[in-house]
Design a protein around this ligand. Structure first.
Ligand code: AKB
Length: 314
């Protein structure tokens, strides 16, 4: 078989995705690529590289005979606000490099968009697939531009590129990145380490979320779907659950009744307030059968157990 490349392989999504792909297709067929060294427990093929280096990326893709790329490398919302120039460069030059190589070598591409594409003028409840996209963050600007670039490469050059607008994804196999929804992971580190957490969003900030196992399953379902089933070539709306910090705290207090929460909203509140509260992802459900398995209680238990074990191995 042709091999599979995962960029951003050491990030929150990449760490889970590489393991899932290794168990599905065999470790020797998966090439993990990241700008940073892999964690000491990493097993498999690994390349350290910057996705902005077109020539190096191309020669690696040809050397390994790559047939699919999961291009996850990029900055998240809060990180992009700290360094907008870098976000533009990494998020879009990296994507364009991948699409240019894919177009010449018949490679299927997955690229994650995000709820970051939404803005003040987007309907906040059950946000439709086709709507207004006027984000007020650099992250959102790169995601809207990236979606249009993907669609353009599909229509103009026939590149089989597929994408999901990821909601807040909550997993434990890597540390969370510099995002806004990531409070929902950090809170478990606070719970386990000191039974308290200082939350950078207000208690009633409702955001669309998903447990990582669902996200990985959905991503692989999309990539396995027949090309004719894919009716969206910008990016699919994609969601599972929506909750507020207060609702997550109520769930956590079933584990630890005296868990202490302090709300101290910072610059990330403005980012969260510009995003949707819930998403209509019926197109993904209709086109390729998307359905989540984790609700809030199930996700809370899974994250608690996973992060507790991770901390005990530190
Ligand atoms: C972030 O908060 O930046 C990400 C995202 C929703 O894209 N988790």
């Amino acid at each position: 078989m042709k091999r599979i490349l995962v960029t951003g392989a050491c990030g929150l999504v990449g760490s889970d995705l590489v393991l899932a792909l290794q168990s599905k297709f065999g470790s020797e067929n998966i090439i993990a690529l990241d700008l940073h060294d892999p964690p000491k427990e990493f097993q498999g093929r690994f390349e350290k590289m910057d996705v902005r280096d077109f020539e190096k990326l191309k020669s690696l893709i040809l050397q390994y005979d790559i047939g699919q790329i999961f291009h996850l490398a990029g900055l998240l919302s809060a990180g992009s606000e700290k360094n907008p120039d870098m976000a533009w460069d990494v998020n879009l030059s990296g994507l364009k490099n991948v699409l240019d190589i894919a177009k010449d070598h018949n490679i299927r591409v997955f690229w994650p968009s995000s709820i970051g594409v939404y803005g003040e003028t987007t309907p906040k409840i059950l946000t439709p697939q086709h709507t207004s996209f006027e984000p007020n963050t650099m992250y959102g600007v790169t995601k809207v531009s990236g979606e249009l670039l993907c669609q353009y490469y599909h229509h103009r050059y026939g590149v089989d590129v597929r994408s999901l607008r990821y909601p807040g994804l909550n997993g434990y196999k890597a540390m969370p990145g510099d995002g806004t929804t990531e409070y929902a992971i950090h809170i478990f580190y606070g719970l386990i380490r000191e039974n308290r957490y200082e939350c950078f969003l207000s208690a009633d900030t409702r955001l669309p979320m998903m447990y990582m196992d669902d996200a990985i399953r959905g991503t692989l379902m999309l990539m396995d779907a027949p090309s004719e089933a894919i009716t969206i070539r910008t990016s699919y709306n994609f969601t599972a659950i929506s909750f507020t910090p207060a609702e997550l705290v109520a769930e956590i207090r079933k584990i630890s009744p005296d868990f202490k929460i302090i709300y101290k909203p910072d610059y990330r509140q403005k980012i969260a307030d510009s995003w949707s509260q819930s998403i209509d992802d019926s197109q993904a459900r209709k086109d390729w059968g998307w359905k989540e398995e984790y609700d809030l209680p199930k996700m809370t238990t899974a994250l608690y157990e996973g992060i507790k074990e991770r901390i005990s191995n530190e």
